[in-house]
Design a protein around this ligand. Structure first.
Ligand code: G4P
Length: 530
């Protein structure tokens, strides 16, 4: 058991859209020999099999809404015995409107790889995702991607990360050749030079040649000297890898790479195996820790329906925290105390599904027909455990939704209930608007599009969304609710979990009301980047 845990690494790639996440995922699969060629040479056509594309909307917009997990074996040179490592790569949605989903996914990983475009440097979504990692205490490995194209200098990029996110990069592999002239990597710890050879279209693993310092100097001349000098400069500034500081989230091991040419990809895998932490135990709501070798327990971090339009199912993804999972075992759902049969356990990546018979801490398993499970729920066997819930984000967009034809009302209600429990949006109701016109609350407006698109495709219900003029929500109580209901520009709702939420048009309105009525209970909700 502890052996299975030790060889596992579970991580996610976080990046701004277009930094190369899909290309890197494909390159990792190539290095792990899951695929023999990078599909259609990283073209859109080839990518379809690796990225999730369950919804038309995703395809049309080129975004990935849903989260999936890819598991592969990797024979690492850092493996302590001859058994390959097991790598779990959990996919995160890239778009800012789905940052709440990303947050949920990041509760399921032990490390993150922050992918940065060498030419663009830090982009808004990279920053936001990084803050989420910091909040969750997830160690981050930084990859500067697209080094085969002109971009900034290594030191500029390092400065930018240090200054803007307060994370100190400690490059492990420093580029030889400027951005756009990528020759190879200086392994800063061994002093060796890893020289890459391009393959046609980057379809294959790039052959590597390992040279010592003298041979590298003879081969690359000034380019080698420049890399060495800059690396020494970093050493003088103390920017060398330190495992404790990395795990504490103060420093980030850095690798320069080209996902398209497959340069630096093996180095990323080796870094994950060598430095990223293996799965660890987790504290429950009472603060006592369930260790990885204790009986089975898992946390649901994502619930998703409609992936397969031919059989309308609902899939709950769980991350195993402790113990061994065997398909068919009956586990207990901590929130309801009810038993849950795990006959249909699957590994899901994109459209590919395969049955999972056995799994260990760090692994992600999809449970089919998991109608009762919601994000944040705990499953366990033997002694009871319940992990802390995943906080929901403070919504900033609010829209009323209505069904267009009255005869579809029943389906509408059912669909609403389902998407609410999946956590697609929050659903708010009050007496004035009635059950026929609930209000949807979201972090980003694209979440509303997901609701209407799914209403149509899965439930055959046409709906109309009407944006409301609110931008802020506060939690209140029954006493304050009555007073708030009499104020202009405020509306009070009950959320499905029973919480009372007061919506305000803007912060000025809120401040005005707080000043006039200081006794009212108005508590902030968890903000996106808290
Ligand atoms: P994403 O999932 O993070 O959104 O990024 P994706 O992998 O789709 O990559 C975005 C674009 O960047 C793609 O180009 C891809 O080929 C390119 N790319 C990714 N990694 C590298 C790299 O290391 N070097 C270079 N030069 N390009 C890279 P595209 O024009 O959108 O698509 P396509 O024309 O390649 O199909």
């Amino acid at each position: 058991m502890s052996h299975e845990v030790k060889r596992r690494r579970t991580f996610a790639i976080i990046s701004h859209p277009d930094a190369g996440k899909s290309t890197m995922t494909e390159a990792l699969a190539l290095h792990a020999r899951m695929i023999s060629e990078a599909g259609a040479i990283h073209g859109k056509a080839g990518r379809k099999s690796t990225v999730s594309d369950w919804m038309e909307m995703e395809k049309a917009r080129g975004i990935s809404v849903s989260s999936t997990a890819l598991q592969f074996n990797y024979a690492s040179e850092h493996s302590t015995d001859d058994v390959p490592n097991v790598i779990n790569l959990v996919d995160t949605p890239g778009h800012a409107d789905f940052s709440e989903d990303t947050y949920r996914v990041l509760t399921a990983v032990d490390a993150a790889v922050m992918l940065i475009d060498a030419a663009k440097g830090l982009e808004p979504q990279t920053l936001k995702l990084f803050q989420v990692c910091r909040h969750r205490g997830i160690p981050v490995i930084t990859v500067i991607n697209k080094w085969d194209r002109p971009g900034q200098t290594p030191l500029e990029l390092i400065d930018e990360i240090t200054e803007r996110i307060g994370l100190i990069p400690t490059p492990l592999y420093f580029p030889v050749g400027i951005a756009g002239d990528f020759r190879g990597l200086l392994d800063r710890r061994s002093g060796e030079y890893i020289r890459f050879t391009r393959t046609a279209g980057g379809a294959k693993v790039a052959p590597e040649e390992i040279l010592d310092g003298d041979a590298a100097a003879a081969r690359e001349g000034d380019e080698w000297t420049a890399a060495l000098e800059e690396s020494e400069l970093l050493g003088e500034m103390g920017q060398d890898h330190d495992q404790e500081m990395f795990l504490a989230g103060q420093t980030s091991p850095m690798i320069f790479a080209s996902a398209m040419l497959n340069f630096g990809v093996r180095q990323l895998l080796e870094t994950l195996v060598e430095l990223a932490p293996p799965p660890a135990g987790r504290a429950d709501i009472d603060g006592s820790v369930r260790s990885v070798t204790d009986p089975f327990s898992a946390v649901v971090f994502k619930v998703q329906a409609g992936m397969d339009t031919s059989h309308r199912d609902r899939l709950a993804y769980m991350r195993i925290v402790s113990g061994e999972f065997e398909r068919g075992m009956v586990v207990t759902h901590a929130q309801t105390g009810k038993p849950f049969a795990t006959k249909y356990a699957q590994a899901v990546f994109g459209r590919d599904r395969s049955t999972v018979d056995r799994a260990y801490p760090g692994d992600v398993v999809g449970l089919v027909n998991a109608m009762a499970l919601a994000p944040g729920d705990t499953l366990y066997i033997d002694s009871k455990v319940q992990y802390p819930p995943i906080p929901s984000f403070a919504p900033e967009h609010f829209s009323a939704i209505r069904v267009n034809t009255a005869d579809k009302y029943k389906q509408f209600r059912k669909a609403m209930e389902q998407m609410d429990s999946e956590g697609v949006v929050q659903v708010l109701r009050n007496e004035l608007r009635g059950d026929a016109s609930p209000v949807l609350a979201a972090v980003g407006p694209m979440q509303f599009e997901v609701v209407t698109a799914r209403m149509k495709s899965e439930f055959n219900v046409d709906t109309t969304i009407e944006p409301l003029g609110y931008s802020l929500a506060r939690r209140t109580d029954a006493d304050s609710a009555a007073d708030l209901g009499r104020q202009r520009g405020v509306e009070v709702f009950t959320r499905t979990d029973g919480a009372l939420l007061a919506l305000f048009s803007d912060k000025w309105r809120l401040q005005f009301i707080q000043k006039e009525h200081p006794d009212l209970m108005l508590e902030p909700l968890v903000a996106a980047a808290d």
